[in-house]
Ligand binder design. Structure first.
Ligand code: TPP
Length: 560
């Protein structure tokens, strides 16, 4: 006989989960017991619910979907932050929360972990704002319908969903799971609208001289990376990539012309986009951050936008067109036009020559990048946290197969630590490296202890520039100073007698090289390398970007 808990466990396993992330609490303990009974899934504890939600977010980046289980209010409110992030970043993370016994609302009881009123529905109402489907079970017999609805909605929309299960319902009987295709069968394009969109795309490109393809962060969520590559090969034009989409198009491809980020673009990508008279933007999201405070937003008649399930341009809109279908449909009929590549060959910037530095001179941001970049291989995933790590990571040259993860839409500092942990479990064969600032690390440092517990050989480069440098560039004040920590000692403190975390501190190039050589052979736990640099040592791109974002933030209110 199925129970609500076993039903949920089966469905989670069937949608591809090998792990689910949890923090226990009395409202979810029976549910956790039921989930544990499923032999195909491992239950993974986290240190707190914020980290739990980000661990799931990282896992979803690696495996396409994830789940985290928390207790009522005290747990769920913290997890809401990572769920908001998953919404912003188009990741289907299922948030499951235990909730009060079904008899308590009618009995007008006051309960712990609640607001101290008789309303227990507020959490469901809050969850509705940050998920694509939020359900609360009130009867066990509704579980199959409501759980399937939440999971299917999340998988189709690539957004989080919320499932609330009362503490006395996890063990209650319900119908067993039916075929999983009811949950996982894909959404398809409307055939007529798809053909109309493809005709529109062809007419948009016809008679244009200088087409450019622009890749945006929704491309992966839309499952359209392969179709995009097909289109790029067919049309032969320049391909620029937005920062949030780095690694969604191979950087070793001959048509890759860099990361398009306005004035702080790499390899001249902005020159190509600005010069183009036909920008086909696939999965793009233009925000103040990605457009350098609105100074680099492609718009107007030279832009065709192909989104998750909509194609549009000036005076045209086609709905229910799946991005992958549109791109591969266009690829089959498009005319080859490589004018932008001919132009790019003329302006192609010289590759940055690695400068040799005295190994004993003080460590710099440039030297860290020079030593980290060669660590990237086809098996590496590099996560970069908010701060100058964004800019340092964006400028790195990725070899074929190397993946890059950035949380640019949500931008929660500290995300990379739990996300790297979750990602490592989701992609056990990949080598995980994170670049994280000292300020960011202080937000989520506890989750290093899970890397220790599960013996994950994640390498963390902690860039200690003694404060919130990115904030200094946007708007400085005494609030951008932080307490220094002994980071290398801290990670070893997580060992608690039987762990294997290693911590090193590098103040010059030689020390960094030694630390890296030890990190790459350390296999039974994480390694943190604290890289000490000057407080004013930051990328010039961060400074330019910070000025534009500050200017956008400072626009005065419109007079009424
Ligand atoms: N709180 C959260 C949760 N997320 C944020 N993005 C911020 C506050 C605002 N914020 C953005 S970057 C940043 C802060 C506080 C400082 C990051 O400092 P650090 O990690 O040391 O990186 P650096 O800028 O020094 O490279």
């Amino acid at each position: 006989m199925a129970t609500v808990g076993s039903y949920l466990a089966t469905r989670l396993m069937q949608i591809g989960l090998k792990h689910h992330f949890v923090v226990p609490g009395d409202y979810n303990l029976i549910l956790l017991d039921k989930l544990l009974l499923n032999p195909h899934m491992e239950q993974v504890n986290c240190a707190n619910e914020l980290n739990c939600s980000f661990a799931a977010e990282g896992y979803a980046r690696a495996r396409g979907v994830a789940a985290c289980v928390v207790t009522f209010s005290v747990g769920a409110f913290s997890a809401f932050n990572g769920i908001g992030g998953a919404f912003a970043e188009n990741l289907p993370v299922i948030l499951i929360s235990g909730s009060p016994n079904t008899n308590d609302a009618g009995a007008f009881h006051l309960l712990h972990h609640t607001l101290g009123t008789h309303d227990f529905k507020y959490q469901l109402e809050m969850a509705k704002k940050i998920t694509c489907a939020a359900v609360a079970l009130e009867r066990a017999e509704d579980a199959p319908r409501l759980i399937d609805h939440a999971l299917r909605s999340a998988l189709l929309a690539k957004k989080p969903a919320y499932i609330e299960i009362p503490t006395n319902m996890a063990g209650a009987p319900c119908a067993p799971p039916g075929p999983i295709s009811a949950v996982t069968s894909p959404a398809v394009s409307d055939p007529e609208t798809l053909s109309a969109a493809i005709e529109y795309g062809l007419s948009f490109l016809a008679n244009k001289l200088k087409p450019v393809l622009l890749v945006g962060p929704q491309l992966r969520a839309a499952g359209a990376e392969a179709s995009f590559l097909e289109l790029a090969n067919a049309i032969g034009c320049a391909v620029a990539v937005m920062p949030g989409a780095k690694s969604f198009f191979p950087e070793q491809h001959k048509q890759f012309v860099g990361i398009f980020w306005g004035e702080v673009s790499t390899l001249g990508a902005d020159t190509m986009v600005d010069w183009s008279d036909a920008i086909l933007a696939a999965g793009t999201v233009f925000t103040d951050y990605s457009t350098m405070g609105w100074t680099a937003e492609p718009k107007g008649g030279c832009v065709l936008t192909a989104e998750f399930d909509q194609v549009s341009g000036v005076g045209a809109a086609f709905n229910r067109v799946r991005l992958a279908d549109f791109l591969s449909g266009l690829a089959k009929r498009v005319t080859y036009n490589n004018t932008t590549m001919i132009e790019y060959a003329r302006l192609r910037p010289n590759p940055i020559q690695a400068r040799t530095v005295n190994p004993k001179s003080a460590l710099s941001r440039g030297e860290i990048s020079r030593q980290v970049e060669p660590m990237l291989t086809a098996r590496t995933t590099l996560l970069v946290d908010t701060g100058d790590s964004w800019f340092n990571g964006i400028q790195m040259n990725l070899p074929e197969g190397s993946r890059f993860e950035i949380e640019m839409q949500w931008g929660h500092i500290g995300w990379s630590i739990p996300a790297a942990f979750g990602y490592a479990l989701g992609a056990p064969h990949r080598k995980i490296i994170a670049l994280v600032g000292d300020g960011s690390f202080q937000v989520t440092a506890q989750e290093v202890s899970q890397m220790v517990r599960l013996k994950l050989p994640i390498i963390l480069f902690l860039i200690n520039n003694h404060g919130y440098t990115i904030e200094v560039e946007i708007h400085d004040g005494q609030y951008n100073n932080i307490q220094n920590w002994d980071y290398a000692a801290l990670v070893e403190a997580f060992n608690g007698g039987d762990g294997h975390a290693k911590g090193y501190r590098a103040s010059n190039g030689e020390e960094l090289a030694v630390a890296i050589s030890k990190a790459v052979v350390h296999k039974d736990g994480p390694t943190l390398i604290e890289c000490v640099i000057d407080r004013d040592d930051c990328s010039k791109e961060l400074i330019s970007w910070g000025h534009y974002v500050a200017a956008a933030n400072a626009r005065p209110p419109k007079a009424s």
